[in-house]
Write a protein of this length. Structure first.
Length: 361
């Protein structure tokens, strides 16, 4: 919202860009940024009021609305920074320029506008004094004409009424002078009050426009916050669903952990069985060695007892029985080895399944 209405006769006479600051009202020492970035700062001239203003707008917010008076002073505090105090706004404005040249131009324009405002004030006072003098002169002429009309009577009237009439006219003239002086004082007072009322009206209009802009901005912020709140609620619902999924996954992991412990226990049992089978398998070489020793003894007995046929027959019968037992023993040993190989294959398959289950988990 612009502080200059479209129907106003104010026209920009100088424009630049700068960072705007205001003095901290609490400390009166620190500067508070009034704009987030460099904004347009302009001098405006009102031809109807013969007044000058410095105006700056940041978006929809009026950050400078300062009427220049002859008492104001623009001070350069550094190569790129200047300030001036506005007693009507009860603050101190500061401007930060990108270069010293722009600061110098702004300061020169401030001094020029200040001189113009002073000249306008002087002219206004001259007009008031001139109008006051004209009023006094017209007041003086009125009793003079009255006095002249009184003098234009007969000689007898002049003789009888001349003295009291002059005294009366003189008193009337003094009363008119006092009334004229009082009216002049009242005119100045009324003009000052009128100017104050105009400035107050302008400030109220600006404040009203700023409040309307602030209301619209608050509405937009409220709408944005509401949308953000809705988004956050939906995000919270999604996170709750994800938390439920995570809890379910934790339960499944706990079940898998219990199953893994059970499988490890079974694996330990199978390893114990395998160890027992290995111990039983260690007996087989001993039996084989016994069979070999028996065969050697049998051969030696056959060589030594060729002449003893009867004993040989008996021994053959025993040998046949021994061979039969050996065959049965080999058969049992083979069956035992087959069973042992099957157990080993089953244990190997069980170990591969357990390893695959651990990898999947």
């Amino acid at each position: 919202i612009s502080p200059v209405p479209p129907y106003s006769r104010e026209q920009p006479i100088f424009t630049t860009r700068a960072h705007v600051f205001q003095i901290d009202p609490s400390t009166k020492k620190n500067w508070v940024p009034a704009s987030k970035q460099a904004v347009t700062v302009s001098y405006f001239y009102d031809s109807t009021r013969n007044s000058y203003r410095i105006i700056s707008v940041d978006g929809a917010k009026v950050i400078i609305n300062s009427t220049i008076t002859p008492n104001m002073t623009f001070t350069k505090t550094s190569q790129k920074f200047g300030q001036w105090a506005d007693s009507r706004a009860n603050t101190v404005f500061g401007l930060g320029f990108p270069s010293e040249q722009q600061l110098t131009k702004f300061a020169e324009k401030f001094q020029e506008v200040k001189e113009a405002a002073k000249l306008a004030r002087d002219r206004s006072q001259e007009k008031i004094e001139t109008s006051s003098n004209h009023s006094q002169e017209s007041g003086r002429e009125t009793p003079s004409s009255t006095r002249a009309s009184s003098v234009n009577g007969t000689d007898d009237e002049k003789a009888s009424h001349g003295g009291p009439a002059e005294a009366h006219l003189k008193s009337e003239n003094d009363k008119l002078k006092l009334a004229l002086a009082q009216s002049s004082t009242n005119v100045k007072k009324w003009e000052t009050e009128l100017q104050t009322l105009r400035e107050s009206n302008a400030r109220l209009s600006t404040a009203l426009q700023e409040s309307a802009a602030s209301i619209e901005q608050w509405k937009k912020q409220f709408s944005a916050c509401k949308e953000e709140n809705d988004q956050l609620r939906s995000k919270i619902e999604e996170l709750e669903e994800q938390c439920n999924e995570i809890n379910k996954e934790k339960e499944r992991n706990a079940q898998l952990s219990r199953r893994l412990q059970e499988l490890e226990t079974e694996l330990q049992d199978k390893e114990l069985e395998l160890e027992e089978l290995r111990k039983q398998g260690e007996i087989i070489p001993e039996l084989m060695s016994e069979c070999e020793s028996v065969s050697e003894q049998l051969q030696a007995a056959e060589k030594k007892n060729k002449d003893l046929e009867e004993k040989v027959r008996t021994l053959r019968t025993e040998v046949e029985e021994s061979k039969h037992r050996q065959t049965n023993l080999k058969t049992e040993l083979k069956n035992f080895l087959d069973v042992l190989d099957g157990k080993i294959d089953e244990l190997h398959d069980f170990r591969q399944g357990l390893s695959k289950l651990g990898v999947d988990n």
